[in-house]
Design a protein around this ligand. Structure first.
Ligand SMILES: NC(=O)c1ccc[n+]([C@@H]2O[C@H](COP(=O)([O-])OP(=O)(O)OC[C@H]3O[C@@H](n4cnc5c(N)ncnc54)[C@H](O)[C@@H]3O)[C@@H](O)[C@H]2O)c1
Length: 250
């Protein structure tokens, strides 16, 4: 029933929503009544997510945008405001890995990961900050990683970028709190998506041994926590990092 929905008529931007965790978040928010802006470089995947959202009776806008590019992000946000007149939720989810040991890591691998995982969150947060401040409400969530908290061999660029978006979330939480905007980060552990499918059987088996709940996470495990953080139930939570990792780090 529409009346019981948590996010009726809210407008949510989800980056990297063509697949994986971003897609699950987009669909979960739509199920609770939100209209969704799907931002991704994968246009076909983004359109497929949009079809799923429209079949739920919600509005979906698709933007083929590289979130590391401020000009493209600003243009997208302008069009979203033209269409929906407001932005309630931003989920900074788009992210990539370019793993290598530091001695073998190319400068371009470092730069690319920083641009797509960290600068993107700056671009998108900056673009929505003013409209959210005017509304005196808003929710921003950065999808970080447990790797940003504990580090990992071969992932110095990824870990630094994810630690970066945690610092960004905490700073924005302080900066935007007076305007009624909550900013938090989620740190997923090992979630079953294309990103983790690329790992070898040995690495996966080794990971599983370190997860007390003895299973890998599903995309819905993350999406459900996003739903909680953007809902009124989490109104008094800001500047926090919520680990969604089956107890992998504690
Ligand atoms: N899968 C995991 O175990 C895991 C664990 C911790 C954190 N995360 C984080 O969760 C987020 C989503 O991960 P996933 O596993 O769903 O990954 P995924 O690779 O399945 O999806 C990432 C999405 O981001 C999009 N994207 C990539 N670069 C982009 C750009 N420049 N502009 C716009 N869109 C872009 C891709 O096209 C894709 O649709 C990432 O930030 C990732 O670091 C994932």
């Amino acid at each position: 029933m529409v009346e019981n929905m948590l996010l009726k008529d809210k407008v949510a931007i989800v980056t990297g929503a063509a697949q994986g965790i971003g897609k699950a978040i987009a669909v979960a928010l739509a199920r609770e009544g939100a209209n969704i802006v799907i931002v991704d470089i994968n246009l076909e995947g983004a359109k497929a997510t949009a079809r799923e959202i429209e079949s739920l009776g919600r509005g979906a806008l698709v933007f083929e945008v590289d979130v590391s590019r401020a000009d493209q992000v600003n243009e997208m946000v302008k069009k979203v405001l033209d269409s929906f007149k407001r932005i309630d939720i931003l989920i900074n989810n788009a992210g990539i890995t370019r793993d290598a040991l530091i001695v073998r890591m190319d400068e371009s691998d470092w730069d690319k990961v920083m641009e797509i995982n960290l600068k993107s969150a700056f671009n998108c947060s900056k673009a929505v900050a003013r409209p959210m401040m005017k509304q005196r409400s808003g929710k921003i969530i950065n999808i970080a990683s447990v790797i940003g908290l504990v580090g990992n061999v071969g992932q110095s660029n990824y870990a630094a970028s994810k630690a970066g978006i945690i610092g960004l979330a905490k700073s924005l939480a302080k900066e935007l709190a007076p305007r009624g905007i909550n900013v938090n980060a989620i740190a997923p552990g090992f979630i079953k998506t294309e990103m983790t499918e690329r790992l070898s059987q040995e690495v996966r088996a080794e990971m599983l041994k370190r997860i007390p709940l003895a299973r890998f996470g599903d995309v819905e495990d993350v999406a459900r926590v996003v739903l909680f953080l953007v809902s009124d139930a989490a109104g008094y939570i800001t500047g926090q990092v919520l680990n969604v990792d089956g107890g992998m780090i504690m």
